[in-house]
Design a protein around this ligand. Structure first.
Ligand SMILES: O=C(O)Cc1cc(O)ccc1O
Ligand SMILES: [Fe+2]
Length: 430
């Protein structure tokens, strides 16, 4: 089941065939497609989007997607969407422990718990952040999202993500993106937890590198897109759709993962965060966290992201005469953070793998008292930050929480205490 084949590259025009010579030559819609397949286009942008932005994929499938029952609305369970108006938006610094695994069999979709978000699904701006806790595979159920792309960040347990365009194995330390509209199914191997950033806005892309040059950070060749892989399976299956904030379900008498060949640039992909080439200060001072941007998605305001996906990987710290952990700050951008493994260099304790924190626009935060004390007095020899992987979903819009997560017992009510021991050490004489 593991180690599927992949095509390498970010944003490429790919072509993939599970049966050789299936794709039509020199055209997309021949009168008859080889092997009796049906041609179907999935567009991820307006037809008239500029060429750089334009995304679509041509699928050659056993049945066209229209063969399905009528959608009926189903329970949203713990899934919520923008606008987030269940509780008043809070400027407080907040942090939570990790959600526990469910007692009952729960698949990836039922296991989604929305933490919060911003913007609007209708206007296609902003994002939602979810955590998932799952212990059961989707077998007779398929899902697609009309509202946004899913950026999935596993924290525990490998996910097998079977999409219309092929299958991906995504382990903790890797991430994947399933664009809106692409149908998929998630299989788990036991208790699985992680984070999902649902991007309502424009597609994720690699950040510009400017003076860094042609290479560095996340390199395009390390992004992997699955190859075509189909199943011909009939049965009584469910097709779940997230549509303008609600879940709907239709019966479907066959597996929609029946694409024998496809070509295009509207594709799922995965990326191993180990391949991220961190660039950092090698003389002095702590650079701003944007040096760790893996993927970004623009808001329309120049240089101001709807979402920046940023990782803080294992790395050497070598800066001299420098307070090395994150500085104290109040930011324009709002910061949701999660931890995949280890300890984050800004927080000595309390920020746990699977947990998350939120610091909204202009809310002060930074190193806790223990970290400040330690790092202010540390010997500044080269130090390797080992076994750590934190990340941030940074957004130009502040995050609004869901009621469930705002009121959760997992919220650390004493989070602010981590800074209260910071003493005034001012002395006009020194
Ligand atoms: O820990 C944080 O708050 C994230 C963060 C990290 C950093 O290195 C600098 C600024 C910043 O917001
Ligand atoms: Fe911050």
């Amino acid at each position: 089941m593991r180690n599927f084949e992949y095509l390498s590259g970010f944003g490429n025009e790919f072509a993939s065939e599970a049966l050789p010579d299936t794709l039509p030559k020199g055209q997309n819609t021949p009168q008859k497609v080889k092997h009796g397949l049906y041609a179907e286009q999935i567009s991820g942008t307006a037809f008239t989007a500029p060429r750089d932005e334009n995304k679509r994929t041509w699928c050659y499938r056993i049945r066209p997607s229209v063969i399905q029952g009528e959608y009926q609305q189903i329970d949203n369970l713990s899934l919520r969407s923008a606008p987030f108006d269940e509780v008043p938006p809070s400027p407080n610094q907040m942090r939570w422990g990790a959600y526990p695994f469910p007692q009952q069999p729960t698949d990836f979709i039922d296991g989604l718990i929305t933490i919060g978000g911003n913007g609007s699904v209708d206007s296609q701006v902003g994002l939602a952040v979810h955590t998932y806790v799952a212990n059961a595979s989707m077998t007779d159920r398929f899902f697609y999202n009309s509202d946004g792309d899913f950026l999935i960040v596993p924290q525990q347990g490998m996910l097998l993500i079977h999409t219309e365009l092929g299958s991906m194995d995504v382990s903790p330390g890797e991430i994947c993106v399933v664009p809106r509209g692409i149908r998929f199914q998630v299989a788990v191997e036991g208790e699985s937890r992680g984070y999902v950033c649902e991007n309502y806005g424009q597609a994720f892309r690699l950040p510009g590198l400017g003076v860094v040059g042609a290479n560095g950070l996340a390199n395009p060749r390390d992004f992997l897109t699955p190859v075509a892989r189909y199943e011909e399976r009939e049965g009584e299956f469910r097709l779940t759709n997230k549509y303008l904030g609600n879940l709907w379900e239709a019966s479907i008498p066959h597996s929609p993962l029946d694409v024998v060949a496809w070509h295009g640039n509207y594709v799922p992909y995965k990326y191993d965060l180990q391949n991220f080439q961190a660039i950092n200060a090698v003389n002095f001072d702590h650079p701003d966290p944007c040096i760790f941007t893996v993927l970004t998605c623009p808001s329309g305001v120049p240089g101001t992201a709807n979402i920046d996906f940023v990782v803080f990987p294992s790395r050497w710290l070598v800066a001299e005469r420098t307070f090395r952990p994150p500085y104290f700050h109040r930011n324009y951008m709002s910061e949701f953070m999660g931890l995949i493994e280890g300890v984050y260099d800004g927080k000595a304790e309390g920020f746990v793998p699977g947990g998350f924190s939120l610091h909204n626009r202009m809310t002060p935060h930074g190193p806790d008292a223990t970290t400040f004390e330690k790092a202010s007095n540390a010997e500044l020899k080269p130090t390797y930050l080992e076994g750590t992987l934190a990340f941030m979903f940074e957004s130009f819009l502040p995050y609004r929480l869901t009621k469930q997560v705002h009121e959760s017992q997992l919220r650390q009510k004493n989070y602010l205490d981590c800074w209260q021991g910071i003493k005034a050490i001012f002395s006009p004489e020194n």
